[in-house]
Design a protein around this ligand. Structure first.
Ligand SMILES: [Mg+2]
Length: 343
């Protein structure tokens, strides 16, 4: 589903600048509304099948008290607020409107906006588990996580939490309360960390009753971070986003080290490491097959049609091999030419 960005801003120069930046940096289409009337018109024309993210000024000529933000909220459109002033009262007033976050109009406002929008779009594919025996805290955390566009799961205790992580492979972050029946947050953290490394799953411990040692105990048990309850929206958002960001950076580094840059298949290094693991596991049992594919006279393709075409051939060949073989085994690109292996 394509995401459209609504830029709700009365200053034409500013809205054009925001629109051009989002379009250039993220490749997303922006629709500009200079006031509430125009916003209503746009949303009437785009009713089905599109997903929106809004960047809105709080004050508009025909909506001086945040009515445009309210209008977006009622339609379930996640909204970032642009504001020129910052004081605690404005901050509380803004965040009470169920918005994702606010950005102050300073020099780096645009990079902040594009980063947030990019993060929100990525978050749609990431599951977060809230493990807490308090319904009130679960509801509050769900509200904030859904504003950030995460897919949210809930568990009432550690036992349920473990089962949820096992069942839903898209869960990449667990927020766990300390005190829960059956299995508490500390025991859950230890058990999760036994099964999932820090490159697979991030854990944030939360507690309302913990003493000064609770944060250290959580982190020593394998948590990535700790957040005392009650928390404010901004700190919650920052810690959640930061942990998800780190997880994704680790995944990108892992990919760079283990994948072939051209075909996206695993590289030679990964293949030989994994192949040894598979051999060790299956040494005395099942049959093992190994196939090597070499595209004959591949140099001729490069010489006749150029290297760009040669690269396209390798990409297509790799994709077909991946589709056919990866569900059953391991596929990798072993050499520089057209040599692939499957295990
Ligand atoms: Mg509790």
């Amino acid at each position: 589903m394509e995401t459209l960005v609504l830029v709700i801003e009365s200053s034409e120069a500013q809205s054009r600048y925001i629109k051009d930046s989002i379009n250039r940096e993220l490749g997303l289409t922006c629709l500009v509304a200079k006031d509430l009337g125009k916003l209503k018109q746009i949303l009437t024309m785009h009713q089905s099948g599109e997903s929106f993210i809004a960047v809105s000024n709080l004050v508009l000529p025909d909506a001086p008290s945040g009515e445009a933000v309210e209008y977006c909220r009622k339609r379930g459109i996640p909204t970032l607020i642009l504001t020129s002033t910052f004081d605690p009262e404005v901050r509380t007033h803004i965040l009470a409107k169920d918005v994702v976050d606010y950005v102050i109009k300073t020099g780096d406002a645009i990079p902040q906006i594009t980063t947030l929008i990019q993060r929100m779009i990525k978050n749609r594919g990431i599951g977060v588990l809230i493990c807490d025996d308090s319904l009130v805290f679960r509801k509050e955390q769900r509200r904030l996580l859904e504003l950030l566009q995460f897919k949210v799961y809930e568990a009432n205790d550690g036992v349920q939490g473990l089962a949820m992580v096992e069942l839903h492979k898209d869960i990449k972050l667990v927020l766990t309360d300390l005190q829960m029946p059956n299995m508490d947050g500390m025991a859950l953290t230890v058990e999760l960390r036994r099964q999932y490394s820090k490159k697979e799953l991030a854990i944030i411990g939360l507690s309302a009753t913990g003493d000064a040692h609770t944060a250290a105990r959580f982190i020593k048990s394998g948590a990535n971070d700790f957040l005392p309850k009650p928390f404010i929206q901004e700190e919650f958002n920052l810690r959640v986003m930061q942990n998800v960001e780190i997880l994704q950076q680790i995944a990108e580094l892992y990919k760079m080290a283990h994948c072939d840059f051209l075909t996206d298949l695993f590289n030679r290094r990964h293949f030989f490491g994994k192949a040894q693991e598979i051999l060790n596991k299956k040494a005395n049992s099942a049959q093992i097959s190994l196939a090597m594919f070499d595209i004959d006279h591949f140099k001729r393709v490069n010489d006749t049609y150029g290297h760009d075409t040669g690269d396209q051939v390798l990409k297509v060949f790799a994709r077909i091999l991946d589709e056919v073989c990866s569900p059953h085994g391991l596929v990798a690109r072993l050499g520089g030419g057209g040599v692939f292996g499957t295990f």
